[in-house]
Design a protein around this ligand. Structure first.
Ligand code: LMR
Length: 327
């Protein structure tokens, strides 16, 4: 009897010790491929966090909408089913209208100006714009400038008239395509390839890394070098979960996050041209440069979108973004 009790308590002690020592599992879910800037940043975060907090955390990365796709991931974060996600800035309007600034067409000249805006006071403030909703912004992460694509060349806005375009779930992007007489359709990222392949939509917009890794160029005949907008991310966590972490773990995760974002941004800067070249080399879609005059027509057609969203976004926020073009 005594021996049995002893054995039972030993099991209890052991179970308790194991439970106590079990690393904290941090799930990082996203919708793109591992080789994209976001995919690379997520894997770097895992590597660094586990190195900085040995035995204390285990980071599990779920790419390609494996765990949660668009639409579900934000809810899952708030419910505590996943701890880190990095949605595109186009997917936050339900939580703050201000981040819609990033969707305004022809606002940023290039990814360097986006970087400047995000680093500035207004951009940094926006990281905290959803704290009351339970979302904490850990940092911005780049992907790149978007290209328009379709099965016909899109030289002028008239060429887009009547075409159906897949868009992210953003009212700004909806208005942008309506401004050129096209029919925008909000679809989750995981559904884009099939929608293009089956003709549910005629065209779309995405940066080179997404186009190449999801093979959109295999189901589109033309990709225009329009650079008409940006697709970037905010890496976010559940504010309550983050605040309740032991201080050493929070500090370690924060350091790993800062470094992983730097790494992902470097991938974004360095590899946009590589992904573009891969699309060209595949010879499935023709990549068409656009003239300044053509771009000017698109800009003129889409620019009225700014005014429509000025009230929601805030003129101060838009002005700060414009300023980032001319340092
Ligand atoms: C999209 O839906 O097109 C993008 O937001 C996907 C992504 O995360 O890059």
């Amino acid at each position: 009897m005594y021996l049995r009790l002893l054995a039972a308590s030993a099991v209890l002690v052991f179970t308790h010790a194991t439970a106590f020592a079990a690393p904290l599992v941090v799930k990082y879910s996203h919708v793109v491929a591992d080789s994209t800037p976001k995919g690379q940043a997520a894997l770097k975060f895992k590597e660094l966090a586990e190195k900085m907090l040995p035995g204390k955390v285990e980071v599990q990365v779920f790419p390609n909408s494996q765990l949660f796709g668009d639409g579900k991931e934000m809810e899952a974060l708030l419910l505590g089913d996943v701890q880190i996600i990095a949605p595109s800035l186009a997917k936050f309007a339900k939580y703050t209208p201000k981040l819609q600034v990033f969707d305004l067409p022809f606002l940023f000249d290039n990814i360097q100006t986006v970087d400047r805006f995000q680093d500035g006071a207004v951009g940094q403030d926006l990281l905290n714009s959803m704290t009351k909703k339970g979302i904490k912004g850990l940092g911005y992460l780049h992907n790149g400038m978007k290209q328009l694509s379709a099965n016909k060349p899109l030289r002028t806005p008239d060429d887009a008239k009547g075409l159906k375009f897949r868009i992210q779930s953003s009212d700004v992007l909806e208005t942008q395509f309506k401004a050129v007489g096209a029919n925008p359709q909000k679809l989750a990222f995981a559904e884009v390839y099939q929608a293009l392949q089956t003709g549910v939509v005629d065209g779309t917009e995405n940066p080179w890394s997404n186009t190449y890794t999801k093979k959109f160029h295999e189901v589109q005949k033309y990709i225009m070098e329009s650079d008409h907008g940006v697709l970037d991310y905010m890496v976010i966590t559940n504010a309550g979960w983050w605040a309740a972490l032991p201080a050493d773990i929070r500090d370690g995760l924060n350091k790993a996050m800062v470094e992983s974002i730097k790494y992902g941004n470097k991938v974004a800067f360095d590899e946009a041209a590589t992904f573009r070249q891969k699309v060209i080399d595949d010879k499935k879609a023709a990549v068409l440069p656009m003239t300044k005059a053509e771009i000017a027509l698109w800009r003129a057609a889409m620019k009225p979108v700014w005014k429509k969203f000025e009230g929601e976004i805030g003129k101060d926020v838009i002005d700060a973004a414009v300023k980032s073009n001319a340092p």
